[in-house]
Design a protein. Structure first.
Length: 317
């Protein structure tokens, strides 16, 4: 099972446990509706019905990111899609097509604004312009993210790490290891031209001897859309890593998903291929310092109101 929390990043983090969601896809549905067979629906189908990334994809990202629009006001449709950096273009396109089909058929039928997350991709379409990063968006993490982040912490029959006890020294040592891993993943993602990293981090021998039965290795993935730029990518991932640390509490894994940036960690490997960086390898350079953070503004989230029967809370920090 997966515990789903919807929240807004401010200068502090707060969260409430809410309804359980069994599996992907995860959704956020807007409240505004379009009429069946309307001009808006025609524009939506024209933009997203098939091969959105083949037409609107960014070649520099390997066609793993795309954005586009269709139609004239007041029926203009905007869309943004981002796939995980370890999938190929074909799998990415298929994932985005599936997200669109699921959104319109069963997840958010007739919603003008919908966001769908799968493991390998995220898609949002909207009647509001979500394509361009204006001056405000570039210094405001919430605007850059595109939707309020969807926090998914792993909940299983044994949700806590074996041997976890908040009162023992081994747990404190592992928490420091977790914090170090979060710092590594932010630095590695920022050092990549694709703003993507998938890493494996092992404990130093000295630390590993003081962790009891707790795991001694973590896998972590972080990514930003290429249109964010390094400054906003840093802002987003640093907030997400802080949020993961604040809510870690010994869970085996967790993820924080948003339209233009995401972060995930687990004790088991979950990404395809070899890590882009791993600790302990003599061929790996030191993790660079993250880019300087732009001056923060109090976040103002985009209008993306969920239905009353959708299992999410809006929490304004």
């Amino acid at each position: 099972m997966i515990l789903t929390v919807l929240l807004i990043l401010g200068f502090f983090f707060s969260f409430l446990p809410i309804a359980m969601v069994a599996a992907q896809p995860w959704k956020i549905c807007g409240s505004s509706k379009y009429t069946a067979n309307s001009t808006y629906q025609s524009n939506l189908d024209s933009l997203l019905s098939s091969s959105f990334l083949a037409v609107n994809g960014d070649s520099s990202s390997g066609f793993l990111f795309g954005k586009g629009s269709r139609g004239a006001a007041p029926d203009t449709v905007y869309a943004v899609a981002l796939c995980r950096g370890d999938v190929n273009a074909s799998a990415c396109s298929g994932c985005v097509d599936a997200a669109y089909a699921a959104a319109t058929a069963r997840l958010c039928p007739l919603s003008k604004d919908a966001t769908v997350f799968y493991d390998e991709c995220a898609l949002r379409f909207s009647d509001e312009d979500i394509l361009n990063m204006d001056a405000f968006g570039r210094v405001n993490t919430s605007a850059a993210v595109g939707v309020a982040p969807l926090v998914l912490m792993n909940i299983t029959s044994e949700p806590m790490l074996s041997g976890w006890d908040s009162n023992i020294q081994a747990t404190k040592n592992f928490t420091q290891f977790f914090i170090k891993t979060m710092n590594y993943i932010v630095g590695q993602a920022l050092s990549s031209l694709k703003l993507y990293a998938a890493i494996r981090v092992d404990m130093d021998d000295a630390d590993a001897s003081n962790t009891g039965t707790l795991p001694r290795r973590l896998f972590c993935l972080a990514q930003c859309a290429p249109d964010l730029g390094e400054d906003i990518c840093y802002n987003c991932l640093k907030n997400f890593s802080d949020l993961a640390t604040a809510n870690f509490a010994g869970r085996q894994g967790g993820r924080i998903l948003a339209l233009r940036c995401n972060l995930r960690y687990d004790t088991d490997k979950f990404f395809a291929g070899e890590p882009t960086w791993s600790s302990g390898s003599s061929s790996n350079a030191l993790v660079p310092s993250p880019a300087p953070q732009p001056a923060p503004l109090l976040p103002t989230w985009p209008k993306h109101k969920s239905k009353q029967n959708t299992p999410f809370f809006d929490i304004f920090a």
